[in-house]
Design a protein around this ligand. Structure first.
Ligand SMILES: [Zn+2]
Length: 332
């Protein structure tokens, strides 16, 4: 987005958040991506209804303030994590709208028992991020797990977050989310809500995709087929190295072979499984048993590096630098 237009929309959306009591006091925060390495974000300790265009800060992708005299939002890390995970996202709105936040506080998901088509059209799936302590890495980590598949999510015991191609559209999604939470609340009071069937919900998702209301998905045809095949082999090799053959792991392997990463979600699933199994990494085992023999095998704690390590075993011998095969996969 253009800097001036992004500031104008942040001010306007902040005013609406305040007027509709989606935030109280200095709660909530808004941001917009204005270039590859710059975002605008609201200041902390200022009511979002009173923010002026000049008070909006410019920060880089490490969270360092580049322009602005106030302190940036204490949840800047959460915004940056979403921009890293979703290159298509241009704006983020975080607020505490009462009904949606009530569902988040009761840890009741809003993506089960769909009762209104408009919600599928407007939001797709509504995610649910596990609880994390505000201002720590816990919230960004929880949000990043969910955000690849949705435009709106509840933050457990905290509030809600929406994303969009510009600030106002992210804001409108917050309105849709809150209205839906209120309707769900009414149905709980009246009792006997009649949710749409999985088939009906599936049809709505198809309409959404046909109409182009969903976010742009990565076009698999645009990817380098050789690179894609390498990624597939990386994941399969890691799973094999861990002796993962049955159960959900086996199904993932089959899915991986049948439709390699046409579904972004399945790639994420595989990465998560690798992370879960990191303690069984044979390279790590090897290093522990014979530390003097293999100086190249350094201790490593995270699953992604572990993946690169195992995968590039053969390349090791050829004298090539081990690659971090899945590091980019997690970022789409
Ligand atoms: Zn908050």
């Amino acid at each position: 987005m253009q800097d001036a237009e992004a500031r104008r929309q942040i001010v306007e959306a902040g005013r609406r958040l305040r007027d509709r009591f989606f935030v109280a006091s200095n709660d909530g925060n808004l941001s917009a991506r204005v270039s590859d390495d710059r975002i605008l974000i609201t200041p902390t300790s200022v009511n979002k209804g009173d923010v002026t265009p000049e008070q909006v800060l410019t920060v880089d992708m490490q969270g360092k303030v580049v322009a602005g005299s106030l302190q940036p939002s204490s949840e800047t890390k959460m915004h940056l994590a979403v921009y890293c995970a979703r290159p298509d996202v241009q704006a983020i709105v975080h607020a505490h709208p009462p009904a949606a936040t009530g569902f988040a506080a009761c840890r009741i998901r809003l993506d089960q028992d769909v009762i209104l088509p408009e919600v599928v059209f407007g939001l797709g799936k509504i995610g649910f991020a596990e609880y994390g302590t505000p201002t720590t890495d816990e919230i960004p980590n929880a949000v990043v797990k969910e955000i690849p598949d949705c435009e709106a999510l509840l933050l457990s015991n905290h509030g809600a977050l929406t994303v969009g191609p510009d600030v106002m559209q992210a804001y409108y999604r917050m309105e849709v989310l809150e209205m839906y939470a209120r309707v769900r609340l009414v149905t709980r009071i009246l009792g006997e809500p009649k949710p749409l069937s999985p088939q009906e919900v599936g049809e709505l998702h198809k309409v959404r995709e046909r109409q182009g209301w969903g976010r742009a998905k990565p076009n698999i045809e645009d990817l380098d087929p050789a690179a894609l095949e390498t990624i597939v082999q990386i994941v399969l090799k890691v799973l094999e190295a861990r002796g993962i053959t049955g159960g959900p792991y086996g199904e993932s392997r089959a899915a991986c072979r049948a439709a390699p990463f046409h579904e972004y979600g399945s790639a994420r699933l595989l990465v998560e499984q690798v992370e879960l199994n990191q303690e069984h990494c044979p390279q790590e085992e090897h290093r522990r048993q014979r530390p003097d023999e293999d100086a190249d095998c350094q201790p490593h704690g995270d699953g992604l590096r572990c993946v690169g390590h195992v995968v590039t075993e053969g390349e090791h011998e050829a004298g090539e630098e081990p690659g971090d095969g899945l590091a980019d996969l997690g970022r789409e």
